[in-house]
Design a protein around this ligand. Structure first.
Ligand SMILES: *Cc1c(COP(=O)(O)O)cnc(C)c1O
Length: 427
């Protein structure tokens, strides 16, 4: 059996039919922008391996940090013990994250950081004497991960809630924020989404612990960019009703949107934030949940007082070292200029897609470029064209999109946008 035959017969891939998997490439190594396949073909990773690999593959300072840490302390339990990588990363996060968020919980993946955030909100409400507040409100078209509680706040249609009916917690959904980031804000609550939000939150305020959403950019749920004023006003509404505000910045964190965090588009801050994906520059799975003093001391003052979560690999030193190196790299460069340059070029080069027959919309925010089609697009067909284009893209739903690594130069970026235009023509 060849390697690929074994893979096809025995390995499950993300969201695939195990008996009929689509075209799958065998990646032998990767460096910078490029994946090298077993036959020597090189493909640009235009997805940054799902929003992670922002400095490119095998970045020398990140791999060096991991090597150095590997020689000293690859892992140790975090119960009763601590270590420099966890502390140094914590200092760095406090330096760059929204200023209210001073308490850090390290965990293994984005979905888990969402679970942690939701548990924190419930424990906080409990500690405040609101035992009935254990549900959540969210906006439609969101995506928060694949574990049970995270899945319960994903879009009920694309998240296939009917499939898991009875197994998922019932949550409260409002329409996605209707004013886009490019449109002029309106204060009319019937048109800006806040009217609908208020009525849902008011109706169930005694049951709702938190309002969770992806700030400004909805990723997997539709690659949709909405107006940050929605979040400013949602903050006021949450405060009025005693509901915690949770921002899932797993996809948007670390410069991707043109701001260091999407929260930075707002004049307000959330009570809890989830970070993941780009945290280690894509080198190791890692995530964290950060909260403010109010929630942390609230949880601590309740009964049992302890926060009920503690993964085996919590604050893994290799992951902390990788994250610290990745964040140092990011803040040590003109990331804002880099992302703006990528955005400008994508805007210019994707614009012609507007004239194609089946294209509904073209939009760019920071280093995220999207061609939205009128119909669903096949990832398998896109993969089949990858070797010819020299670009790996994985469309989802109606969207052909890219989030290139920040090291992508003008020529490589042109190759990516040409690939996207080609997919928009042929798929
Ligand atoms: C990817 C993602 C998650 C889930 O993260 P995993 O590391 O895949 O568990 C959660 N929320 C958002 C916004 C994401 O983009």
């Amino acid at each position: 059996m060849t390697q690929l035959e074994f893979d096809q017969k025995h390995l499950w891939h993300p969201y695939t039919n195990v008996t009929q998997p689509g075209p799958t490439f065998l990646v032998k190594e990767a460096e910078g922008l490029y994946l090298t396949l077993d036959d020597g073909t090189r493909l640009i990773d235009a997805m940054s391996s799902w929003w992670c690999m922002m400095h490119g593959h095998r970045n020398p300072s990140i791999t060096q940090a991991i090597h150095d840490q590997l020689d000293r302390l690859p892992h140790v339990m975090f119960g009763g013990l601590t270590h420099d990588p966890a502390i140094d990363l914590g200092r760095k996060l406090l330096e760059i994250a929204p200023s209210d968020l001073t308490r850090i919980f390290y965990c293994d993946s984005g979905s888990v950081s969402v679970e942690v955030a939701m548990k924190m909100a419930v424990q906080y409400q409990h500690a405040m004497g609101f035992e009935g507040r254990s549900q959540f409100a969210t906006v439609r078209s969101g995506y928060h991960g694949d574990t049970w509680k995270a899945m319960s706040v994903c879009d009920p249609d694309t998240g296939m809630h009917h499939l898991f009916q009875g197994a998922l917690s019932v949550q409260h959904f409002v329409s996605r924020p209707p004013v886009t980031i490019d449109q002029e804000w309106t204060d009319d609550p019937a048109r800006n989404g806040l009217g609908g939000l208020r009525s849902v939150l008011e109706a169930s305020a005694d049951k709702i612990a938190g309002f969770i959403l992806e700030p400004v950019v909805q990723g997997t749920g539709g690659m949709y960019f909405y107006h940050p004023e929605y979040l400013n006003q949602a903050r006021a509404l949450c405060d009025e009703l005693g509901i915690l505000l949770i921002f899932d910045e797993i996809a948007t964190g670390f410069g991707r949107t043109g701001e260091l965090f999407a929260t930075d588009f707002c004049t307000v801050q959330p009570d809890i934030i989830c970070l993941g994906k780009g945290l280690t520059g894509g080198h190791i799975s890692f995530a964290c949940t950060m909260t403010n003093d109010r929630v942390a001391t609230g949880v601590g003052g309740g009964n049992p007082g302890i926060f009920m979560h503690g993964p085996t690999y919590m604050a893994n030193p290799l992951a902390c070292a990788a994250a610290k190196a990745s964040l140092d790299l990011l803040t040590g460069q003109d990331w804002r200029g880099t992302v703006a340059r990528i955005a400008d070029q994508m805007r210019a080069e994707l614009a012609p897609a507007r004239d194609l027959p089946n294209v509904r919309d073209v939009r760019v925010l920071g280093a995220i470029g999207v061609i939205e089609m009128n119909h669903r697009v096949s990832a398998d067909q896109a993969h089949a064209l990858a070797p010819e284009m020299g670009v790996f893209l994985r469309p989802f739903g109606r969207n052909i999109y890219c989030m290139p690594p920040f090291i992508t130069g003008p020529d490589a970026l042109s190759q990516i946008t040409a690939g996207m235009l080609r997919l928009a023509q042929e798929l």
